[in-house]
Design a protein. Structure first.
Length: 297
């Protein structure tokens, strides 16, 4: 019995001693990958800060345009462009073709620049009309944590098809290529043919991976002006890979929409046409990624 007690006491002492030697892992311990991502984010933030200072000290000129950080006066004009369905229908962050009203339009502050979202107004030299806006923001890296940004833009309907976006983006890419930015990314709704042609002019390459948004759309039985839309989430597909989601899929988030108030006229016609043939249908929207290697410029 005495031997057993001594053995237990010895074992407990050894365990306590070993515990005091082994270091405790802190709760906020970061993995090597997390540390690399943090370093990358800090690096990108510093570069964006420098770019913001650059655009804040001068107006960039092209043949027909002046490019400058968006002002409060500019934001009032740009805000009104969001009431135009031809401007907003291909916004990449929505799988639907949305229209805005005076009640749903983004506030003016959303159009103003910050060091995280550098927003640049495009103004005609001759008439001083603000025709559109370009945004530069942080993006996940393309390869090896090389500094990467994302570019997006929109142009007012009256000024579309005149090459203003191409002219402005060529100049912006020239400036970015002289900075520490290595790659520029862009995302677009696959139906946005004009933007696709512009990116090809800039020598941007389409990535194999793309997003596919999947929704089941059906009309409410109690109210024909209301749609029941089941969001089945986003798939990331590769090349010619096909989605396996069907109209019978049951998992998803259900929302009710007064679709004639929320969607563009073209999209309303598209929905009505599909629902005239069947009670519900599977709607998919592909978002394509493009990458521009700025080191080649």
């Amino acid at each position: 019995m005495k031997f057993k007690r001594k053995f237990i006491a010895f074992f407990l002492t050894a365990f306590m001693l070993a515990s005091s030697i082994i270091p405790t892992i802190p709760s906020n311990f970061a993995t090597p990958t997390a540390n690399i991502e943090n370093i990358y984010n800090i690096k990108i933030d510093n570069i964006l800060n420098e770019l913001y200072k650059y655009f804040n000290t001068q107006i960039i000129n092209t043949q027909r345009l002046m490019i400058n950080l968006t002002t409060i006066e500019d934001s009032e004009i740009l805000q009104k462009y969001f009431l135009d369905q031809n401007v907003t229908k291909y916004l990449y962050y929505s799988p639907f073709l949305l229209k805005f009203t005076n009640a749903s339009i983004p506030p003016k502050e959303n159009f103003l620049p910050t060091t995280e979202f550098i927003k640049l107004s495009l103004t005609l030299k001759d008439t001083k009309e603000v025709v559109g806006q370009i945004t530069i923001e942080r993006s996940p890296p393309v390869i090896d944590y090389e500094p990467t940004i994302e570019l997006s833009y929109y142009i007012g309907s009256a000024y579309q098809g005149k090459g203003y976006a191409t002219e402005a983006l060529l100049k912006i890419n020239e400036i970015l290529s002289k900075s520490k930015i290595k790659f520029a990314k862009a995302r677009l709704n696959e139906k946005n043919i004009a933007c696709k042609k512009l990116l090809e002019k800039l020598d941007a390459k389409q990535d194999k991976i793309y997003e596919q948004h999947n929704c089941i759309i059906e009309r409410s039985k109690s109210n024909p002006d209301v749609l029941l839309i089941t969001d089945l989430g986003i798939e990331y597909l590769n090349g010619k890979e096909k989605s396996k989601i069907t109209i019978d899929s049951k998992k998803g988030t259900l929302k009710k929409w007064r679709y004639k108030e929320k969607f563009t006229d073209d999209f309303v016609d598209y929905i009505d046409k599909n629902l005239s043939k069947k009670n519900k249908f599977l709607y998919t929207c592909k978002i394509r990624y493009y990458t521009l290697n700025l080191t080649k410029n």
